[in-house]
Design a protein around this ligand. Structure first.
Ligand SMILES: *[C@@H]1O[C@H](CO)[C@@H](O)[C@H](O)[C@H]1NC(C)=O
Ligand SMILES: [Zn+2]
Length: 213
């Protein structure tokens, strides 16, 4: 075992109490002072000081704070894999920590998750823009038709069409189910007949109509 370091921190340093949503953390003041550009390392944290309880109070997620505090202790920031990347970013932004200092062990994961998230957001806004934006005044009938099929809320006609097609799809599915249900035996035969066989013509017409529509 190496010789224990001479610990004179207890004299030159003081213990700070940090209360994050009711969960209490304790750390050396020197530990926090290592990063003076961040919220906890600077005098900005005095805004959060509670005189009565002699502690700093933050109304933030204590789970995430564990990772933030570990960064001050070890100099390495690790990305908690189970946390949403955006929530983690917001937490870092609150404490004034730049995400660039995430350790190599977690950087790839963090970047991947971030990219995934950005792509998904971009896709969503793009899709919404396409179907929600008002049509340009000189749009072709083809564009208007496409819009009506894509987003039934653009006009009453589109909405009616949406429900009518939905209705016929439902009828078609129901007809397919009923076709297989037994409809009772015909006098001369012992075996029961399925409705589809017994009313073959009616079902054929109904099915054809639905498919045509
Ligand atoms: C954390 O702070 C709140 C609000 O100031 C206080 O009510 C609570 O007792 C504190 N909890 C601890 C463990 O210090
Ligand atoms: Zn890591």
């Amino acid at each position: 075992m190496p010789k224990p370091p001479v610990d004179n921190s207890s004299r030159s340093d003081e213990i700070l109490f940090v209360n994050v949503s009711g969960v209490r953390f304790q750390t050396w003041k020197n530990t926090l002072d290592r990063y003076p550009d961040t919220l906890l390392g600077s005098s900005e944290k005095e805004f959060f000081y509670n005189e009565d309880l002699q502690e700093y109070f933050f109304d933030r997620d204590p789970e995430m704070f564990r990772h933030i505090l570990n960064f001050y202790r070890t100099g390495k920031l690790h990305y908690p894999r189970l946390e949403c990347v955006q929530a983690f970013d917001e937490e870092l932004a609150f404490y004034g920590i730049v995400p660039e200092i995430i350790g190599d062990c977690c950087m790839e994961e963090y970047r991947d998750r971030k990219k995934e998230n950005q792509e998904r957001l971009a896709e969503d806004t793009e899709a919404n823009e396409v179907t929600d934006a008002p049509l340009p005044p000189h749009s072709t009938p083809r564009e208007r038709l496409w819009r009506a099929f894509e987003n039934p809320h653009t006009s009453t006609m589109a909405l009616v069409f949406y429900y009518v097609t939905g209705f016929f799809i439902a009828v078609s599915v129901l007809a397919n189910v009923v076709e297989t249900v037994p409809c009772g035996a015909v006098a001369k035969r012992v075996k029961e007949m399925a409705c589809g066989e017994r009313y073959a013509l009616a079902f054929f017409c109904l099915d054809t109509a639905c498919v045509l529509i």
